[in-house]
Design a protein around this ligand. Sequence first.
Ligand code: SF4
Ligand code: SF4
Length: 174
Amino acid sequence: MSDKIKDKSLGMWYLSGILGGVKITFAHLIKNLFSPSERVTLNYPEEQHTYSPRFKGNHILTVKNDGSLRCTACMLCATNCPADCISIVASEHADPHVEKFPVKYEIDILRCVYCGFCEEACPVDAIRMGPEWQIPDLADGNFIYDIQHLAYRPQLKGGIISVVDEQERHQAGI
Ligand code: SF4
Ligand code: SF4
C-alpha cells in the first residue's frame, strides 16, 4: 500500500484529529490539576473577574444635589434605543427652569443589548452605564427596572450625583 493511500485511510477515520484533541484535553487537565494559579477560567461565583472602571454595565439614573432625578424626560434615549426597551412618561415640573421630568422611567433589561446609545444620546448626563453586570433574578417583572431601581437602589448609596453643572444646564435651556 502506497503512503498516499495509507494517509487517506487514516484521515477517513479522523484518528489523528481525535488523538490530537484527547492529547490537548489531558494536557490541560493535568496542568489545571497541578498548577491552579495558571488556570484561565474562574470558579464563578466564588471568584469574579475585575472589569475596567470604564466597563458599561447596568444603567444608573443620576440625581441632582437635592436627590431629585436629573432626567428631563426629553425622550432622546428612548428614541435612540435600538432595542426599544426604554419607556418614559413625562410630566410638567414645578420648577419653571425645568420643562419636564419623568413620572415613569423603565428599562426592560432583558431586551437591552448594552449598546450605550442611551448614555451617548442624553444631553444632561442623566443616564449612565455603571460597573454592575450581574442581573440574576427569578421573576420576569424584576427585569423591568423602574426609577427606584435605576436611581436609588441600595448599591448606589443614595444615588450618583451628575457632573453636569446646574447653571450650565439652565443656560442651555434644558
Ligand atoms: S444600552 Fe442600548 S439597548 Fe440598552 S437601554 Fe441603552 S440604548 Fe437601549
Ligand atoms: S436622554 Fe437623558 S434626559 Fe432625556 S429622557 Fe433620556 S435620560 Fe432623560
